[in-house]
Design a protein around this ligand. Sequence first.
Ligand SMILES: [Zn+2]
Length: 481
Amino acid sequence: MLISESMVMSERPPKKDFSRWYDYVLKEGGFIDVRYGVKGMIVYRERGMDVIDRLYSIFEAKLKERGHKKVLMPLFIPLNAFRKESEHIKGFESEVFKVTQAGDETLDEPLIVRPTSETAFYPMFALWVKSYRDLPFRTYQSVAVYRYETKATRPLFRGREFLWIETHNLFRTEEEAMEHIKGDIDMVGEVFKRIGLPYMVIRREAFDRFPGAKESFAYDTVLPTGEVLQVATTHYLGTNFTAPFEVKYLDQDGNLKYPFSTTLGIGMSRILGATIAVHGDDYGAFVPPLLAEPLGIIVPIYGQGKRDGLEGYIDEVSKKLESLRFVVDLSEMTPGEKYYTSELLGYPLRIEIGEKEMEARVVTVFRRDLRRRYRFRLDEAFEGINGLISEINARLSSVSQLKVSELNEAGNRDEVMKLAAEGKPFKMSFCGREECAKDLKSATGGFEVRGEPVYDKEKAGSVCSWCGEPAVRKVIVARAY
Ligand SMILES: [Zn+2]
């Protein structure tokens, strides 16, 4: 089958047609398939799982370094346990899946399909943690969670099943717990810099915290549409969960005490979706080197009759680059088809080797993000390609530095309406009142007060830009996914 460049390109929606483009790249790039037939649930295909596996292994290695132990809790949570923390249940009850029947029997106690797992971990913490010597106690699990979303779902951004890591941790003091949260924020930031996700770390307003949390800090990434997407959150829970679940330890002073707890959630599905959305272009996806598996493909370009020689040369190149995770594309496609496919799938680099390269003992390397070709002598190829990876990583890191100081600011109602119409995140002075945020949201058709940035904090003006009441802080306002 011969596919011309114009034929391939004409099938791909341009990125400015974002919705169609996003669906096309996810499907044709082999990341996911939405045709499973259960609303809000998708199938993760090989390209999607390659990226997700890398994400899991990067974050899990970092968590283990920080003293977390991996566990796996059951999918089901007894309804009684789920109802123990009153704010938590209020926040989640309308969106849980409930199992009320098994076989022919109606269950005496319904089971909740985990929407998050505090209420699975804490009954076990009560059994496991006895003494101050057991603290800090840091755990995590890598699982899918289930929420009955009634809003419109969107593949990887909002669904009824999504993949994440959740950590659950206990500390002797509030200071230790807050220190741990700082470590969470740094850890997630390090990865986001490597994968070039533009982000803001935001302290959520009291009315927008995780149900049961005393403080919530979130990573909001900004999508090409101007909407923000929460991709990770870390919460300080105080003793809001340890007390109702009777998690107690005997302290050095001989008293029984409730430990302070924290939880971190990192959304693998959302990070995958955001990465595709942010970095892709009219040619397809771009997967950052850190997440790319493999890093790239080697495309043999066979001429007339010299096949054996070329294969020998490709073997030589492969050996030289062994530690860089390239695979030789031996499929039946023409080189041109392989180029277009590899650009759709988003490998950061591609090596093209034909007779010309073999005779000159060089390699041609195509860099996906800039769509530019480079040529290296074989004996310098390893260093040359490593140099390209460093350049790509540096570019990604600079993309991720989203500066609050560079956002537009709304000083009054008219400016809020004007900036909201432009569709991008902006900042404003805020009174801290939920009613004000609700009013702003309905007047602007969906802009939300996301909270105060943790970095580049700016001093608020004297009055709230929306309602005119005294302002307490400057906040980020954006349309959220
Ligand atoms: Zn206000």
